[in-house]
Design a protein around this ligand. Sequence first.
Ligand code: URA
Length: 449
Amino acid sequence: MSDTKNTSYNIVSLIRKKRDKQALTKDEIKHIIDQYSKDIIPDYQISAFLMASFLNGLNDEETSALTEAMLYSGQVLDLSEIPGVKVDKHSTGGVGDKLSLILAPIVAACGVPVPMISGRGLGHSGGTLDKLESIPGFTVSLDLDRYRSVLRKHNLVLIGQTEEIAPADKRLYALRDVTATVEAIPLIAGSIMSKKLAEGVDALVLDVKYGTGAFMKSQEDAIRLAEKLVSIGTSFGKETIAYITNMDQPLGYKIGNWLEVEESIDALLGKGPDDIMEVTHLLAGTMIYLGKKAASVEEGIEMSKKSVEDGSAFQKFIEITEEQHGDSSYLKNPSSYQKATVIFEVKAQKDGFITEMDAYTFGMAGIELGAGRRTKEDKIDPVSGITLTKKIGDAVEKGETIAICYTNSNQVQHLVTEMLENAVTIGSNQPEISPMITHRVDANGISDY
Ligand code: URA
């Protein structure tokens, strides 16, 4: 970490410099983040800096400087006393994306320590913490000593970002959320990597999504983001591999917190949908390879599949749930979970084939049902959400059920039905199904998958 050499920078001059498309130095960026963390620079000036960065971009050096400044705004955990190569995975977020719940136990069961620090739902996309907390009693708030001891005992720990982990990112993120400055590649890259580098991992696998349900709508932007993430990870000495994956339709068949836990249980019991299992085994196999328990990604994938077949991955999920005070009886017997009071179906409007299922709108409909937050204060309703009965490529007849909605609200049926009817396009020809995984990006560059 470099110290700020000059503490007499004028913040207005720094904002002006970025506004006028000039590059800031590493010290200038460090100064901005340090002074903001100490409440010396107010929100309105940081907002101006964020908007100037959003509009004019940050080059690679500026992005690394931002990442480093946010990383060292808190603690950088040292897990070196825990044996093994520690590996985590991060997804840039999507709809129905419950892969962390499935792959973390798989990888841990294969002998690779997984220290996972996850986030909550953000906008239309769900969050791992909210899903875990739908398991009654499950706590994601562990202090850092417990974080270490749980990881050592189980090869796995699942927690949320603490006050100690990249606090500058936490504050900046909240500000970006309300100043329309989230969707900027350098800001996203700095935000993700400052958190991931702080958690003490040795290697990282990234799932960078593109499509209607992702933050990056185009494949080109997802590739640019992946390249940035990999280059930051590599420059900090962490082996980092990213995959570009499709998020044009929801992942799997279930959207909503407990519903996604249910689908994760199915996946861990060997009954997961194909799209989920394809990406899960690839990401898990890559983590197992990076964790040095397999000689290749392919061998890692085989180990991942075996841990599902022999039940060890599901057993690991039970074990970590119990360790983190969750009631594992619901995992063993999901049908005993509380039920939504209002259940309704959305029907096909005509005969044909489903050609589009706008993942973004499915995510937003999930929020209306109670599965996400509109404001920071909103409470999540764990049982609400959507189960799809059809996916892109399926044939439907007019009046046939496409989705079943679950909620405890009496007021959303009309709105959600309209949203979902509009989110589904039915055509007369069966469409080609887009591949789930399109590219791999690592320190050597990009390759087709
Ligand atoms: N996820 C993050 O952690 N940060 C971003 O900026 C976007 C997604």
